[in-house]
Design a protein around this ligand. Structure first.
Ligand code: SF4
Length: 376
């Protein structure tokens, strides 16, 4: 391998239905569109050929959407195309999936293609909560898919769980966490429900928020998740827990501010000091690539001082925290106001200083969202 480390993301936008809280770009499954989509992704990869060929690819992440809907043959076309440009044999290659669309045959097929990590959208082991979220799978589907992923040869399995759900109690959240930790998984990503603009639930925001746990209960739910640590899942980021050696190499790259390229409609990239995103429309995305253009609809040149602030905020998400001096070597000297803010958080015991490193205290992790506002 040679070159700088680079992570690749492929956004596969097809879903069997739209979940009412989802703010990712996704469209209803359309098998007739798969071939054109795959051709377009390969064309987009070609436009980045020099950057990919000269890099050391750390990870490839197939997210969405529901990548499983694309099927192993189409995924094979994308992976084969990438493998013709760069070395993928030592990469972490992840595919996201939802229990209702996952079969053991496809799991085996993806594993045979070299996919070595699966991230399953479990969300809950409580059937009532899954119905509230309008998911099309049950707790028993969740258990089945985790077991099938194991028997298909996946030794690196992550699941997503959600809390702050309407009418969810701390005890119910505890039960879901306990069950998750008892299953053969290696990684947990925890998300609290938020009602985002442009989602079906946004129109009913007030009604739904009235049913969600109050702030105090929500904080207790977050603290409850710490119990996963007694079951061998070490917290390494605000919302991520992993058994030793099973942290997400892909996501750690985001949190450490490393470059990544995203392919597919709506995919984000951070590369060469710029942040950009693709057109969030499948047809327009494919049309741009058919005419040989990059399907980019937004580019931001990042001012180094602002980027340093962002890197401090993102880096603090990780339990290992940040070394400000190291970030300054890359992004330039920190403004006095940023130093004052960090010192204030140290005085308030929201940040802990150990040698040159700064990291969030347990209370700082709980209050992270408000800290970020002051840092950035
Ligand atoms: S399955 Fe995932 S990506 Fe698709 S609509 Fe639901 S939450 Fe969004």
């Amino acid at each position: 391998m040679n070159g700088d480390p680079l992570r690749l993301y492929v956004h596969i936008p097809f879903c069997s239905q739209k979940c009412p809280y989802c703010h990712f770009y996704s469209i209803r499954e359309d098998a007739a569109a798969h071939e054109r989509f795959v051709r377009s992704v390969c064309a987009e990869i070609d436009l980045w050929k020099p950057s990919i060929t000269n890099a050391q690819i750390v990870s490839v992440y197939f997210g969405g959407g529901t990548p499983f809907l694309l099927g192993s043959q189409h995924l094979a076309s994308i992976l084969t195309h990438l493998a013709s440009l760069c070395e993928l044999t030592r990469c972490e290659i992840t595919i996201e999936t939802n229990p209702e669309t996952t079969t053991i045959e496809e799991l085996r097929a993806f594993r045979a293609l070299g996919v070595n990590r699966v991230s399953i959208g479990v969300q809950s082991f409580n059937d009532r909560h899954l119905r509230v979220l309008q998911r099309r799978h049950t707790a028993s589907d969740n258990r089945r898919v985790i077991e099938e992923a194991r028997s298909a040869g996946f030794t690196n399995i992550s699941i997503d769980l959600m809390y702050d759900l309407p009418d969810q109690t701390i005890e119910e959240w505890q039960e879901t966490l306990t069950e998750a930790c008892s299953l053969p998984i290696n990684h947990l990503s925890l998300y609290n429900l938020t009602i985002e603009p442009a989602t079906p639930w946004f129109r009913k925001k007030q009604t739904i928020e009235a049913q969600m746990p109050c702030e105090e209960t929500s904080l207790q739910m977050y603290e409850t998740a710490q119990a996963a640590q007694q079951r061998g899942f070490v917290q390494y980021e605000i919302s991520a827990f992993a058994q030793p050696g099973y942290h997400s190499r892909h996501n750690v790259g985001y949190w450490q501010g490393n470059p990544f390229l995203g392919f597919g409609p709506s995919a984000f990239s951070f590369f060469d000091g710029k942040r950009f995103s693709n057109i969030a429309n499948l047809n327009e995305y494919c049309t741009a690539l058919a005419s040989g253009s990059l399907p980019v609809d937004f580019v931001e040149e990042i001012d180094p001082a602002h980027r340093l602030r962002e890197m401090v905020a993102i880096g603090l998400r990780m339990n290992e925290g940040i070394c400000l001096a190291t970030l300054e070597e890359r992004w330039g000297r920190a403004e006095q106001s940023l130093r004052q803010t960090l010192n204030r958080f140290i005085d308030l015991q929201l940040l802990a200083q150990q040698g040159p490193r700064l990291s969030l205290t347990p209370r700082g992790r709980i209050l992270y969202d408000s800290l970020v506002v002051d840092i950035v």
